[in-house]
Design a protein around this ligand. Sequence first.
Ligand code: BES
Ligand code: MN
Ligand code: ZN
Length: 496
Amino acid sequence: MQISFYSGNLAAAQADVLILGVFEDVWQKAAHVRLVDRALGGALIAAARDEQFAGKQKQKLVLATAGKVRCRRVALVGLGREETGSAATMLRLGGAATRTARSVGAKSLVLCLPFAAADVTAHLCEAAARGLVLGGYRFERYLSEPSRAPDVSKAALAFVDGGRPLAAVKSAVSRAQAIAAGVVVARDLVNEPGIEVYPETFAAAAKKLGTSHRLKVRVFGALEIEKMGARLLLGVGAGSARPPRLVHLTYAPAGGKSKRSVALVGKGITFDSGGLNIKPTGGIETMKMDMAGAAAVLGTMVALSKLSPKVTVHGVMALAENMPSGTAIRPGDVLRSAAGKTVEVNNTDAEGRLVLADALHFATTLGVQHVVDLATLTGAVKVALGPSTIGLFANDDALATALADSAARAGEDLWRLPLTETLREQLKSDVADMKNTGDRFGGAITAALFLREFVGKTPWAHLDIAGPAESTVEDGAYAKGGTGVGVATLIDWLAS
Ligand code: BES
Ligand code: MN
Ligand code: ZN
């Protein structure tokens, strides 16, 4: 999608549809609404009354303009109350704009944000532009009859006062394009079924993307993983006919101008059957998405290479398929990790923390200042925070705060949860240094406490994305399926 800016009179803007983002209550007084309503002889506000449009979140109204303004159609998109004038709201607006345009067959749109040009911040504009691109996302590879609605290929952003954007706001659009491209990488991988995306093919995709984006690529096969002593990763993959992989991508800024270096670590379970602790019907069907953490890491690496920030970033992906078979690990097995600690596997369905333990240890050997992992780690985090919020755990308050600020600027929902020390004893084992699973209550916390054992003193944060990694509804900038959640937050943290 090509995105530009439009300044001047909205009635003269040229596109298939003119879309106005409006806040609840105050929308009739907003300059963009008044201008278009006047041009339409009062028909816009009259139609809104008839349709009981009030600017509430998710409300929209589409109206034919009969030639009275240059666009054939005008649409209002409700944003809810003004205090929700956040990046999340702008992301939602962008997504709704593209989807509304497509629903009426429009190939081009002008989206007027509910802000004056001088008031809009770069991150609000970035979110709106990212929403525009991502609202057009579809995954239709396997449909014999793809939907016929054409793509919205051209969009322009405008402001209520008809003003021109500041330079920082202008460059936010190219940032949005880079981030959206990374999000699409993540979404596509999550949406691909497990029969196509397994450790070897995921690693091949990472190698291809990494190489074409000038990243350093290393792929470790089963033998090398064994040599590393990463028996937890090996063990989780042992039940599958498809052996595990560890992928290490490196982004380094040109000319050695690196100010800091960090590692991102992703859980890449290409299918999580649960292993011998097999998941029941109702829990297993969506488990091709269990590599969303690794997919977000890869998407972030791709976006980074387009943005060229002055920071060295390692992307580590722990890839395995968790399957039950005669070669699978058993409940009660004791495995030695790359870090040297032994683990009693009391539940083979708590496999994410096992592969991450080895990958986190690997990451800490890279001499980085921070390690951040992303993982669809626990059902418990969905119980705690709901389906659309990232759970954040960290052993470092400054890092936690920085990531929470980045999530807010990126428009992603995130909430910090505690590493409750008293729950640590649930991971004590009689036969090994620790076991991999605690009680049901506080399950997201014990999972995070397990991970913490493998990062030593390195400042570390863990993003449990089990809720928002996949969406069951089409909503804002999300389509059904993989969301690419985490990419935008990480890019904000790394590149701003
Ligand atoms: N991949 C799952 C977590 C998950 C659940 C992700 C729902 C997305 C949606 C993870 O490997 C898992 O199975 N966790 C178990 C842990 C338990 C065995 C301690 C869980 O959450 O039930
Ligand atoms: Mn599992
Ligand atoms: Zn899992």
